[in-house]
Structures are given as structure tokens and as C-alpha cells.
Design a protein around this ligand. Structure first.
Ligand code: OGA
Ligand code: FE
Length: 274
């Protein structure tokens, strides 16, 4: 059979306007009069390339992501305790094997499904897809996360290389809609990363959102299978030119049939020590 001739799709991605102020999101009702600066208001149509032909050459240190076989033996994703007990150790081994890290610590996971129409409140563990170009940690929130998760060891650990990886995997079905697009980390510059403040009552977290640049090269894996996993690098302490952050977002693929099964995925967040 001939391979599909479709080498890319055009789709709209939600970038953020660089207006000199960090965009913000409040997890509580802000004081009246607070001037909000929402991210994601700069919708741009971009070309998103089919990455399957390059899958063997991609490097988390260069492009910022890889795709590997993971296996689909585990599928009890509705059982949180089982995810932690049985799936987390598989993720740890997977990250070690594919990065060479000596120690890998899982610190949380998110299951993504479309929310039922009558449920407007997101829980921390179950959330919908993210249609915003972002990278999960900043120069400050990466090390801060190490301090929060491993307070007693953080000083020693932060003297050496630490990198954060998300392992992103379809739950039980191939991805038919809302695929994840990744921006080749070599094609975004430091200035494209805009700090975004996540305002909680008791603290402010930060991630990056991105301003648009025509240099960005976007890629995705159409019809990614349930036994495969993306390895997304979301932070690296090394400043030797390797990928430190990597912009990514879910997107509406205009070629998706209306009756396509809904995407369900899990991402497990890890910190890796070398
Ligand atoms: C991630 C992420 C969004 C999605 O894994 O870091 O941003 O829609 N996922 O799956
Ligand atoms: Fe993310």
C-alpha cells in the first residue's frame, strides 16, 4: 500500500501577544479592578509537519522531543492507586532507558479527556486538552519544583544536571483528534518564551507561553498508537545549547472526521538526575 501523501496540515495555534507584561491566570476570583492579561489571544495559522519520517532521528536534547514504543500492557488508568503503583515504575524505567538518567522521580500525572458538558470545574488529575502554545517550566520554576518535591536533597541535586520529561501516552486508543504539536526547540529563541504567572491564593507558579515567530517549525505524529509514548523535555538545567524548553500544544486538525473517537491521554511528569 502507498504511504499517505499528506506530509503536513495547516491549523490554527493559540500563541500569546508579547505586550511586555507576563500573561496571567487566576485560580481564584481576583480582587475587583485587577487588570487581567490573558494568554493565547494571538491565533496563527501554521504548517504542522508529519514527523513519522523523522521519528528515528529526533532527540530530546535537540528538537526537545522523541517518540518511542512503550507497550500497552497497563491500562487501568481509571484507578489512581494502580497508576501510581504499576504505571509510574514503567515510566521511570522508560525515561532512564531513553535518556541515560541515573535517577528519575515521578511527581504527578494528568489524565486528559473531554470534560462532560455539565462539568465546568477542572480537577487537578483530570483535565481537557490544552489549546495554548506553552512549555511547562521556566528557568525559575524548574529548580523550584525540585526544592518542593525533594526539599532535603535539593541543594545537592541542583549542583548537577537535572532535566524534566513528560511521558505523554494515549490511554487505550490511537489518537484520532486533538493531537499534540511540538515546536522544534532549535527554531524558537529565548525571547519567544514569555513567562506566564499562575496565580494561586498562596503562591504564584510560572510556565512559559510563546509569542509567534515565523521561524517556528511544528511537528506532530498523526494517528499515534496507544503503545507509543512521546518523551517531551520541559526543562533542562544545562546551558550548553541543548534544548532546555519545548513549546507544545494540542490542536484542532481540520482534516479530522466529525465522528472521530475522542482523544484520551495521560502525561506523567518526571524529573531526571544525571
Ligand atoms: C503536556 C501537555 C497537553 C495536551 O503533556 O505537557 O501540555 O493536550 N499536554 O495533552
Ligand atoms: Fe505541557
Amino acid at each position: 500500500m502507498l504511504m499517505s501523501a499528506r506530509r503536513s496540515v495547516r491549523a490554527t495555534l493559540n500563541y500569546t501577544v508579547d505586550n511586555g507584561r507576563p500573561p496571567d491566570y487566576y485560580f481564584y476570583e481576583p480582587d475587583p479592578g485587577t487588570e487581567l492579561n490573558p494568554p493565547g489571544t494571538d491565533a496563527r495559522e501554521v504548517e504542522i509537519h508529519d514527523a513519522w519520517s523523522e521519528v528515528g532521528q529526533l532527540s530530546a536534547d535537540r528538537e526537545g522531543f522523541e517518540l518511542h514504543d512503550f507497550g500497552a500492557a497497563f491500562n487501568a488508568f481509571d484507578d489512581d492507586a494502580a497508576v501510581k503503583r504499576d504505571f509510574y515504575p514503567q515510566v521511570v524505567e522508560h525515561v532512564k532507558r531513553n535518556t541515560g538518567a541515573k535517577r528519575v522521580v515521578v511527581f504527578d500525572h494528568t489524565v486528559r479527556k473531554r470534560l462532560p458538558a455539565d462539568l465546568k470545574v477542572q480537577t487537578t488529575v483530570q483535565r481537557p486538552a490544552v489549546l495554548l502554545v506553552h512549555s511547562d517550566y521556566t528557568v525559575a520554576s524548574g529548580p523550584q519544583r525540585v526544592r518542593d518535591i525533594l526539599p532535603n536533597e535539593a541543594d545537592a541535586l541542583l549542583k548537577r544536571r537535572v532535566a524534566f520529561y513528560n511521558v505523554w501516552k494515549p490511554l487505550r486508543e490511537r489518537v484520532h483528534e486533538l493531537p499534540l504539536a511540538m515546536c522544534d526547540a532549535r527554531t524558537h529563541s529565548e525571547g519567544d518564551m514569555l513567562r506566564m504567572d499562575l496565580k494561586y491564593r498562596e503562591r504564584t507558579g510560572e510556565i512559559y507561553v510563546m509569542r509567534h515567530a515565523s521561524t517556528h517549525r511544528w511537528m506532530y505524529f498523526p494517528q499515534m498508537e496507544a503503545h507509543q509514548a512521546l518523551l517531551l523535555k520541559t526543562y533542562d538545567s544545562e546551558t550548553d545549547g541543548r534544548a532546555r524548553f519545548m513549546g507544545h500544544t494540542a490542536f484542532e486538525d481540520p482534516t479530522t472526521p466529525a465522528d472521530a473517537p475522542k482523544r484520551e491521554s495521560i502525561e506523567v511528569r518526571t524529573m531526571a538526575f544525571f
